[in-house]
Ligand binder design. Sequence first.
Ligand SMILES: Cc1cc2nc3c(=O)[nH]c(=O)nc-3n(C[C@H](O)[C@H](O)[C@H](O)COP(=O)(O)OP(=O)(O)OC[C@H]3O[C@@H](n4cnc5c(N)ncnc54)[C@H](O)[C@@H]3O)c2cc1C
Length: 477
Amino acid sequence: MTNSTPSTDYDYVVLGAGIVGSAIARVLAGYQHRVALVEARDDVGDGTSKANTAILHTGFDAKPGTLESRMVSRGYTLLADYATHTGIPVERTGALLVAWNDEELAALPGLQAKAVDNGYTHCAIVDADEVYRQVPALGDGALGGLTVPDESIICTWTTNLALATDAVNRGVVLRTGTRAESVTVENHHTILHTSQGDITTRWVVNAAGLGSDYLDQAFGYDRFHITPRRGELLVYDKLARTLIDKIVLPVPTSRGKGVLVSPTIYGNVMLGPTAEDLDDRSATGTSEAGFEFLLGKGAKLMPRLLDEEVTAAYAGLRAATDYGDYLIDVDEDQHYVLVGGIRSTGLTSGMAVAEHLEELLDQAGALPARVGTPAPPRMPNIGEAFTRPYQDAELIAADPAYGKVVCFCERVTAGEIRDAYASPIPPAGLEGLRRRTRAMNGRCQGFFCGAEVAAAVEAHPCPRRVASPDREGEAAR
Ligand SMILES: Cc1cc2nc3c(=O)[nH]c(=O)nc-3n(C[C@H](O)[C@H](O)[C@H](O)COP(=O)(O)OP(=O)(O)OC[C@H]3O[C@@H](n4cnc5c(N)ncnc54)[C@H](O)[C@@H]3O)c2cc1C
């Protein structure tokens, strides 16, 4: 394919460097292809993939028979396995779904049966005594529960970064700060008109999350519409962590999974998310109404949580659609692939979506010979349950920068900040550095380390094209 289309810049352009697009680019780079990962923002993982509940779902409560159910179940296995190879922090905390009234109690057997339909057989119904034995700090009134022992918490930031880094290491050209604005589909290629000029490519993969319906329309379709569904969350101080060691879920409704309480991979406790349909696709700010709503829920779920301090609040936008399932489609005539409707489970399913797409493209005869790929990257650990550099005496002896703590709340060292900037995809700004190191994520909100961290950011101006392979080597493939 590469040799037959010498006039195009790329064989595949993947639009959107969230978890889904990064996973797809990584898979496509396993073939004899010139692949670009094109992202409107200045950094990878800066869309919905940065602000979610960060649960690695078993898929026990998905709608059986849907593509989403299949992708979540498979994605759970793929990502859990990938995490062990790359060092993405994951904790298999398990979850407890709690029934608070008779109607919810009566729904538990149905949920257990649904889990079995989804291929997950480890759920068990437990009585109220067992619920309180497992989570003593739970508020009064729980009538029973359903255990989901394999639900896990994971670092969504490291997941996105690992997949994108892996893609770049495999030869993908990452072009950040490049928004696809319109397209011209020609006979054998497509011209993407972007904020950084035109890009020509044989195939386009639309993994643009909240922007995917607009791009789909640019290819002449009108098959789904996105409504941004905001989810706000509160993060409680690390002192609250002793209150809870597993994810506490409500009985899900048609509008979503509801408000949960969960430990986070960084050692905090999280309460949320809300579910509010909006018009504005950029409305990732938090609201007073959301805050009050969550406090009300928290007061019932776990009253003692409200005695602890909220150290952060954030919001993410689910790409909710009117379609009701994942929408993955290969248009062989236009050499165009839609990966849409990846609404509220895409962190878990991203790698399975990439695998599924690989199968579809293979069936379409759009994949040439495989190429050898490098080993997956080993990611820096920012999970609280695993050894961090400041705790590693041997590492500090070898390199004292890991003994110099810069952010005291989150115990981030100068060595980690240095490494982030020396990595294949360096941060594009302060937010990116936070996601790579946890710097300034703590209870003081950067009061102590703000100046030093800001100086590190200023010393590294935002790169637009963050990472690209050797173009000579690429042309030779
Ligand atoms: C509150 C909340 C809680 C959630 N909890 C969970 C959970 O616990 N577990 C789970 O598995 N999932 C969860 N999710 C869902 C999960 O976060 C998403 O499904 C996933 O992040 C989607 O990834 P993505 O790559 O499709 O989208 P994104 O991460 O949004 O990436 C799309 C990218 O495309 C870029 N883009 C858009 N338009 C263009 C354009 N024209 N040109 C170039 N680039 C463009 C954007 O800038 C963006 O970076 C949650 C979501 C929310 C909001």
